[in-house]
Design a protein around this ligand. Sequence first.
Ligand code: AMP
Ligand code: MN
Ligand code: MN
Ligand code: MN
Length: 289
Amino acid sequence: MPAVFSKIDLHSHSKASDGALSPSELVQRALDRGLTHLALTDHDTVLGIKEAKEAAEGRLELIPGAELSTMWNGYQIHIVGLFIDIESQSLTKYLEGQKVFREERARQIGAKLERQGFANAYEECRRRAADGASITRGNYARYIVEMGRAQDTNEAFNYYLKKGKSCYVKTQWPDISVACDAIKSSGGIAVLAHPRRYEMTNTKLRELMEYFKSCGGEAMEVGCSQMSQNDLNYMTSLCKKYDFMASLGSDFHNEGPFRELGLGLSVPKDLKKVWDCPQALSYHFPEVS
Ligand code: AMP
Ligand code: MN
Ligand code: MN
Ligand code: MN
């Protein structure tokens, strides 16, 4: 069976946060892979959007986005904002707050890694990312692998970065409602990212969706990388149950065996698509998809 492939990918990262490619390199990769629409959704920043838009000009539709970190019942939940106005005052204010917060946290994680023998961990990680980038644990994970202290990023999390490990820093991200307000006041659509990746029971997941909906959340990712048919079916049923629009995205960070732009992404035909909303009109999405 040929692998499923989508020309639309609404979740990706660049060096403006924990991606390995610069925004223009990411756009080039999307073009090489035959994509027509790409959303750049770096963690808590829109720093890379301008460069990506310029690189995409006349060749690909680049949708401005951001992936906001939030907290709900002790879970770290990611809310993707799509079709956002990156100049919006309220969004800018929100992201400035997150930048200060992330910077302090990145330094704390760096200091802990130093104690584990990683010299200048913070500076080394910063140097690998774009100027002013949002530094996440993903940046540190790749650095740990590069230093030969873990086989892959998952192992880096298991050894050093996840809750309970030596370099974990407890973090209190904003509430989902605050992130949704920032997205909506910038004219964007709030999308619940990768719902299957939170390691919660189905009951909890439904509670999360109900809360997200009450905060003004309008869409959820139904098509995600490495999702089983069972999960796709279940996500489809939840998308209908809560009357969300469906989105899809690879969450591409870097070249590797698991996630690739457009790869393995699909959304069942009978769902409302996030690209059929009024905000998407100027991006020339295909009428039947
Ligand atoms: P942060 O927002 O700083 O807590 O970092 C979260 C990022 O770390 C995610 O966006 C992923 O890119 C990465 N990440 C989280 N868990 C893992 C894991 N188990 N293996 C590899 N990368 C991970
Ligand atoms: Mn990431
Ligand atoms: Mn995420
Ligand atoms: Mn992501």
